[in-house]
Write a protein that binds this ligand. Structure first.
Ligand SMILES: [Fe+2]
Length: 365
C-alpha cells in the first residue's frame, strides 16, 4: 500500500472520528444548560401524550413515539435520568389516559404498569449504554492527546535537525512560516490548513540535511551538476516527513512543491498553476523574497523595493499573482516580518501551531 493510500485512509478515518466526536459531543457532553434540555425532553413527553389523547387513546400506534424522549433521557442524563424520564412517560400514558376515547374505555392497570416498566427498562439501559460510550470516548480522547504530543515532538525534532545544520536557515524558516500564516489568513485558508502552512514554512528546506555541506555553503554560484544535486532537497524533505509519519502527507506535499513555478517550469514535478499546493505557492513567494533580500558571499542583497518589483514582474510566470498581490499589500501595511524583526504575535503563533500537532487540531480536541 502506498503512503498516499495510507494517508487517504487515515484522513477518512479522521473525518469519521470528527463526525463521531461531534455526535458524541452533542449527545454526551456535560452541559451547563442541562436543565433546559430536561425541560425540552419533558415538554416533548407532554406533546406526545397530547397527541395520544387527541388521536383517540393508547390503542393507537402513536404512543410508541414516547420511546423517543425516554431514550433521549437515558442518553442525555444517564440511567437515573433515563428512569425518571421513563417514569414521567409512564404516568402521562398511564391511569388518566383512555384506551379508547371514543368508546370511553379506560386502560387496565396492569397494561399501563407493564408499559411503564418497559419505559424504565429502555430509559435505564440507554443510560448505562451512554455511560459506557462516554467512558470509551474519554479513552479515545486521551489516546489522541498522547498521539498528538508524539506528533508535535516529531515535528520539533525535524525542526531541530534544520537548526543543527544552519541557524540562519532556521531563522529564515521561522520567518517564512510566520509570514505564510499571515498571508494564508488573507487568502481565507482554513485553520487546519493554516497549521499545514505553518509547518510547510518551517520545514520547507528540511531536505537540505541530505545535501552535502560543500554545496550548501559554497561561496560562489553553483555549477550545473551541483545545482542538480541541490534540486533534490524538496524530494528529500518530503521523504523524511513521510517516513516520520504518513499523517504529515499534506506538509510533505507542500515541501516537495516549494520550488515549482506557476508556469510549470519549476522542479521537481513541473506542476502548473493551481495544481501546485497553495501552501507551496505561498512559501515560494516568501522564500524567493528572503533569498533576494539576503546577503550572499557573491552578491549584495537587493533592497526590499527591488525585491518586490522582481516579484511583481514575475507574477503569473514564476509566482501566483494573487499571492504576490497579497504579499505586497501586507508588506505595505507592515504586517509581515523581515530581517531580525520579532513580531509581537510570533510567540503566540508558535504556541498555537508549534505546540499542537496536526492530529490534535484536525480532531478539534
Ligand atoms: Fe528550498
Amino acid at each position: 500500500m502506498t503512503n498516499t493510500n495510507i494517508s487517504s485512509d487515515k484522513s477518512t478515518a479522521l473525518e469519521t472520528s470528527k463526525v463521531a466526536l461531534w455526535l458524541t459531543d452533542a449527545l454526551f457532553s456535560r452541559r451547563r444548560d442541562s436543565g433546559i434540555i430536561l425541560l425540552v425532553v419533558v415538554l416533548l413527553e407532554f406533546g406526545i401524550a397530547t397527541i395520544v389523547y387527541v388521536t383517540g387513546g393508547t390503542k393507537y400506534v402513536y404512543l410508541q413515539f414516547m420511546y423517543l424522549p425516554v431514550m433521549l433521557g437515558g442518553l442525555l442524563f444517564g440511567s437515573i435520568g433515563g428512569v425518571i424520564v421513563a417514569g414521567i412517560a409512564g404516568v402521562l400514558l398511564g391511569p388518566f389516559m383512555p384506551l379508547d376515547l371514543e368508546k370511553n374505555l379506560s386502560q387496565p392497570t396492569l397494561s399501563w404498569l407493564v408499559r411503564t416498566g418497559f419505559f424504565c427498562l429502555i430509559g435505564g439501559s440507554s443510560g448505562v449504554l451512554s455511560s459506557l460510550l462516554r467512558q470509551r470516548m474519554r479513552m479515545i480522547e486521551s489516546v489522541a492527546q498522547e498521539l498528538s504530543v508524539t506528533y508535535g515532538r516529531t515535528l520539533h525534532a525535524l525542526v531541530s535537525l534544520v537548526q543543527e545544520r544552519d541557524d540562519k536557515t532556521a531563522d529564515h524558516s521561522e520567518r517564512v512560516a510566520y509570514n505564510a500564516v499571515v498571508i494564508g489568513r488573507e487568502l481565507g485558508i482554513s485553520q487546519d490548513n493554516l497549521e499545514t502552512l505553518y509547518w510547510s514554512g518551517v520545514l520547507h528546506d528540511l531536505g537540505k540535511i541530505g545535501i552535502s555541506e560543500q554545496i550548501i555553503n559554497k561561496p560562489g554560484p553553483l555549477t550545473p551538476s551541483e545545482r542538480l544535486d541541490m534540486q533534490r532537497h524538496p524530494v528529500i524533505g518530503e521523504r523524511v516527513l513521510l517516513n516520520a509519519s504518513p499523517d504529515f502527507a499534506p506538509i510533505a506535499k507542500a515541501v516537495r512543491s516549494h520550488h515549482e513555478r506557476w508556469d510549470g517550469r519549476g522542479y521537481p514535478d513541473q506542476l502548473k498553476g493551481e495544481t501546485i499546493p497553495v501552501e507551496a505557492r505561498v512559501v515560494t513567494v516568501l522564500d524567493v523574497f528572503e533569498a533576494l533580500t539576503s546577503k550572499r558571499p557573491y552578491r549584495e542583497p537587493m533592497s526590499t523595493r527591488e525585491a518586490i518589483l522582481f516579484l511583481r514582474e514575475n507574477a503569473g510566470t514564476h509566482f501566483d499573482a494573487q499571492i504576490v498581490d497579497i504579499f505586497t499589500s501586507l508588506h505595505h501595511s507592515n504586517k509581515l516580518a523581515f530581517g531580525d524583526e520579532q513580531p509581537s504575535d510570533l510567540i503566540e503563533m508558535q504556541k498555537r501551531y508549534g505546540a499542537k500537532s496536526v492530529l490534535l487540531n484536525r480532531l478539534k480536541l
